[in-house]
Design a protein around this ligand. Structure first.
Ligand code: THU
Length: 161
């Protein structure tokens, strides 16, 4: 038997003004996108803004459904829109903000497992890392430099061979 260890790394920023300017701008766009969430069942609103290599920004928000599993997270709404509209343009940065409708949260909200899997697919496809920033509505901001940090030991297309 052999034990193996995976170490993941992320950065923590105290406030928005500590982030590079383009990320501050993306966070504003993610916050605007969050306002457009359709989340009547959970009342938990999530917004995502994605910067592409051609400087276009694609945004998304969570979209729920009375048939609960038919809904989709903000991150996948946004990344699938990017993939659908800009199939050959690399994804540089994903910025996420999330929190309940009627109260302010401050603990950074990381993307769910399914969204990590979806984002990892695009990172592998483009062979270039995607940086991901995530926060609550207020408070600290976390950043990973690659999906490999968020989703170690990932399943990917190479296993299908
Ligand atoms: N949600 C997201 O949009 N992204 C995540 O990474 C986690 C959860 C949404 C799904 C659902 O509409 C609501 O938040 C509560 O789970």
């Amino acid at each position: 038997m052999k034990k193996q260890k995976i170490i993941t790394e992320f950065e923590v920023y105290e406030e928005l003004s500590d982030l590079p300017e383009y990320v501050q701008h993306l966070m504003l766009q993610a916050k605007e996108a969050r306002e457009k969430a359709y989340a009547p069942y959970s009342n938990f609103l999530v917004g995502a803004a994605i910067l592409l290599a051609n400087d276009e920004v694609v945004t998304g928000s969570n979209q729920e459904n009375s048939s609960y599993p038919s809904g989709l997270c903000a991150e996948r709404t946004a990344i699938y829109a990017a993939g659908a509209n800009y199939p050959n343009i690399a994804i540089k940065t994903v910025v996420i903000t999330a929190g309940p409708r009627n109260s302010i949260n401050t603990i950074p909200v990381p993307p769910c497992g399914a969204c990590r899997q979806a984002m990892a697919e695009y990172e592998q496809k483009q062979s270039e890392p995607i940086e991901v920033y995530f926060m609550a509505q207020e408070g600290k901001i976390c950043k990973v430099n690659s999906l490999l940090e968020l989703l170690p030991l990932a399943f990917d297309k190479d296993f299908l061979k």
